[in-house]
Design a protein around this ligand. Structure first.
Ligand SMILES: Cc1cc2nc3c(=O)[nH]c(=O)nc-3n(C[C@H](O)[C@H](O)[C@H](O)COP(=O)(O)O)c2cc1C
Length: 291
């Protein structure tokens, strides 16, 4: 192996998990939090703009207030985004700290700007992608730092929803035109959650060009959204073949989710409209009244 630290690095990558249950009554040192934030500081960003700020909430009273914001956010999901298998956010009360990753949109001006009317849309889209990817890199680095400290976290995107962001900006005193793209509750895991479903490597690696045998059909996405999603999100197995009820859960989709190829015919489909859920399944039942 080229680098002697590589095995440790791979271990941290695989150990990083979204954990939504923490041991109550624990504390963590400021030094550990500083090391975690260092990881965010070293993330890459477009044009090295570092378009982020990290708010660390570690006072019990403030943790309580942030938890209340997210309980309201979770209730809005239950009321207005039915069918998504969200979990209750009461566990935030047991965090040792909550890191809020703010994105400062002014820095987008430092990314490539169109000098010609026809190219405005092209570069605006590009600026947005660079901005969000930079913030994603910082959030990911922080999550990895959390893992390296023997702690665990999750990645809450709900702070970025406008209603929630307004509440957070008021509570934490940041300008409301900045956005909390990532909220990272940190704690000690109540039980080890080692693994989570991942597509087999052979399914997603394409050598020297896109291999259409590995294309995932529209209907496979529909099945995941309508039926499979909660199990893929929350079960502690990397491989669906380890699920005792795999056949019952996957049915005709077993090969597509567990084999090397997802599309034996190699035929691609024209672009389809995925702006709304399209299939009937257990998720649909939960939102049926609103459809
Ligand atoms: C951009 C992004 C947004 C996410 N938003 C949430 C969220 O709001 N709430 C949550 O509990 N998990 C959230 N997650 C965590 C994912 O559900 C989780 O990463 C995925 O199910 C895989 O599990 P793992 O992180 O344990 O490997 C988010 C992850 C990402 C990358």
């Amino acid at each position: 192996m080229a680098n002697k630290n590589a095995p440790l690095f791979y271990e941290i990558i695989e150990q990083r998990r979204s954990t939504r249950k923490f041991e109550p009554g624990r504390k963590v040192s400021k030094a550990a939090i500083n090391r975690i934030i260092e990881c965010g500081r070293w993330a890459p960003s477009g044009a090295n703009v570092q378009c982020w700020d990290f708010i660390v909430v570690n006072e019990p009273n403030m943790i309580k207030k942030v938890t209340e914001v997210f309980l309201r956010q979770a209730q809005r999901l239950v009321d207005h985004a039915k069918g998504f298998p969200a979990v209750k956010k009461t566990y935030l009360a047991n965090t040792v700290a909550i890191v809020i990753v703010l994105g400062d949109p002014r820095w987008k001006v430092c990314f490539p700007q169109s000098t010609n009317d026809e190219w405005v849309e092209e570069y605006t889209d590009n600026n947005e992608a660079i901005f969000l990817c930079s913030l994603g890199a910082a959030i990911q680095n922080i999550q990895l730092g959390v893992t390296a400290e023997g702690l665990t976290s999750s990645w809450l995107s709900g702070g970025g929803e406008s209603t929630t962001n307004k509440e957070l900006s008021k509570l934490l005193n940041y300008p409301d035109w900045m956005t909390a793209y990532g909220t990272i509750p940190i704690g000690y895991p109540i039980a080890s959650q080692d693994r989570r479903y991942r597509r087999p490597l052979e399914q997603l690696i394409h050598w020297n060009g896109y291999n259409s045998l590995k294309y995932r059909k529209n209907s496979q996405i529909d099945f995941y959204e309508s039926t499979l999603r909660p199990f893929a999100m929350y079960r502690d197995n990397e491989l669906m073949t380890d699920w005792k009820d795999m056949n019952e859960k996957l049915g005709v989709w077993a090969e597509a989710f567990t084999g090397k190829e997802t599309n034996p015919s190699g035929k691609l489909e024209p672009k389809a409209d995925f702006s709304k859920p399209r299939a009937i399944g257990p998720a649909t039942k939960r939102r049926k009244k609103d459809l």
